[in-house]
Design a protein around this ligand. Structure first.
Ligand SMILES: *Cc1c(COP(=O)(O)O)cnc(C)c1O
Length: 397
């Protein structure tokens, strides 16, 4: 007898759960795109987005997913002959670098594997660039494949030590609204976001924030194509220029609602704290399951390197895949696949999973997922340490 009927929970690291209020804000007739409410809400949204990122400077909205956001950022930072210094801590960092390569940008890659980027190596790489060809350092704040969080302020300090003028460009798609992030205070020049993770919307918007320094680089960049050119968007004199054409009407209504919930009702500090507490409960459960020789492990050993919106883990001998399937069928919870660990064609593929806990997520959802996972391991005969739910409850205190 199935026991999955009821609210489902898509616990993958994006797209995330969309609040009813956001869905309702989007459930309306198409608005006039030349005057009226949409124009007024857009202005509010641009200000909300600056508060979200912690910047006084520039923001642009593109109709695109996160990959489009990568391309928008790259198009506006690099001129012919420029180099990128890309820092990899997982599949997303590596793939942003590959996107740059495919755009014929000369990329120097520092791949840290499954570790956070080492600031000293960044200092060394910039110091070695005597011709100042490196135009920007590319780094992922929280890599959604590995779950690794990079220390952005430490990387900024490492850059500043060299006096190198490179921009600091941060992919915060998985961390915005979930992990502490302060663009201006931390000296971030270019920030990339997307609508479908911590921002609680459907996929469809890529967001780019820029410092004044980055905007000046963008004005001079010689390889930007019309759609991605950010200068027209941030200096728009007519409404349509903000979007290079028709605006994303319903996403703007949804974003207005979602950002109001985050910034004005809950508060950004409280949202960050909530994600931190929930993440610690998940880590505590995994530590308990991993006791003895079960082989169950979080992919990121060092707690300081763990993002608060996504958890990657291994349950060996195909346990992760079996548990994912059991969870979806029996409990209405969909867990994420492992990404960047093994290919779907390889047997190890089923040894990895990820849990998305970003955005509209609270204690009963996270504790429910953990308890259902515990029940699934019981039902499937997966060896595990006991006491995971007690450990999670204790971590929530
Ligand atoms: C999801 C994600 C992306 C890719 O976004 P898409 O919308 O799938 O193109 C890039 N970087 C990070 C850190 C992400 O979490």
């Amino acid at each position: 007898m199935p026991i999955a009927t009821g609210h489902t929970y898509l616990a993958i690291p994006g797209p995330s759960v969309i609040p009813e209020r956001v869905l309702n804000a989007m459930h309306r007739a198409s608005p006039n795109i030349y005057e009226g409410e949409l124009i007024a809400q857009t202005e509010v949204v641009f200000n909300q987005l600056k508060r979200l990122a912690g910047t006084q400077h520039h923001v642009a909205i593109y109709i695109a997913n996160g990959h489009g956001g990568w391309e928008a950022a790259l198009s506006n930072m690099f001129s012919r002959g420029d180099k990128a210094l890309a820092l990899g801590s997982g599949l997303f960092g590596t793939n942003w670098a590959k996107t740059a390569q495919r755009m014929q940008i000369d990329v120097e890659m520092l791949d840290f594997g499954r570790a956070a980027a080492d600031p000293e190596q960044v200092t060394a790489a910039l110091a070695a660039d005597r011709e100042r060809r490196i135009k920007a350092v590319l780094v992922t704040h929280v890599d959604t494949a590995s779950g690794i969080k990079n220390d952005i302020p430490a990387l900024r300090r490492a850059m500043d030590e060299t006096g190198h003028p490179a921009l600091l460009a941060v992919d915060a798609i998985a961390s915005l609204g979930c992990d502490e992030l302060r663009m201006d205070e931390w000296g971030v020049d270019v920030l990339v976001g997307a609508s479908q993770k911590g921002l609680m919307l459907p996929p469809g918007l890529a967001l780019i924030w820029m410092s004044d320094k980055a905007a000046a680089v963008a004005r001079a960049a010689d390889r930007k194509t019309p759609y991605w050119d950010i200068t027209q968007r941030i200096e728009a004199s007519q409404y349509w220029q903000h979007f290079g054409g028709t605006p994303p009407t319903h996403h703007i209504f949804g974003l207005h609602e979602a950002l109001g919930m985050m910034l004005d009702e809950e508060g950004l500090d409280a949202a960050w704290a909530r994600h931190g507490r929930l993440a610690r409960a998940i880590w505590a459960a995994f530590d308990a399951w991993g006791a003895g020789d079960s082989g169950i492990r979080l992919m990121v050993e060092n707690p300081a390197w763990r993002g608060h919106s996504v958890t990657a883990a291994t349950i060996p001998n195909g346990g992760a895949g079996a548990l994912r399937r059991w969870m979806e069928q029996e409990t209405g919870v969909t867990l994420g696949i492992g990404l960047g660990m093994a290919l779907p064609s390889e047997p190890e593929y089923d040894d990895f999973l990820r849990i998305g806990h970003m955005g509209h997520v609270n204690a009963h959802m996270v504790l429910g997922v953990l308890a259902c996972m515990d029940a699934g391991m019981q039902a499937l005969g997966i060896a595990r340490g006991r006491g995971a739910i007690e450990a999670a409850a204790a971590a929530l205190e």
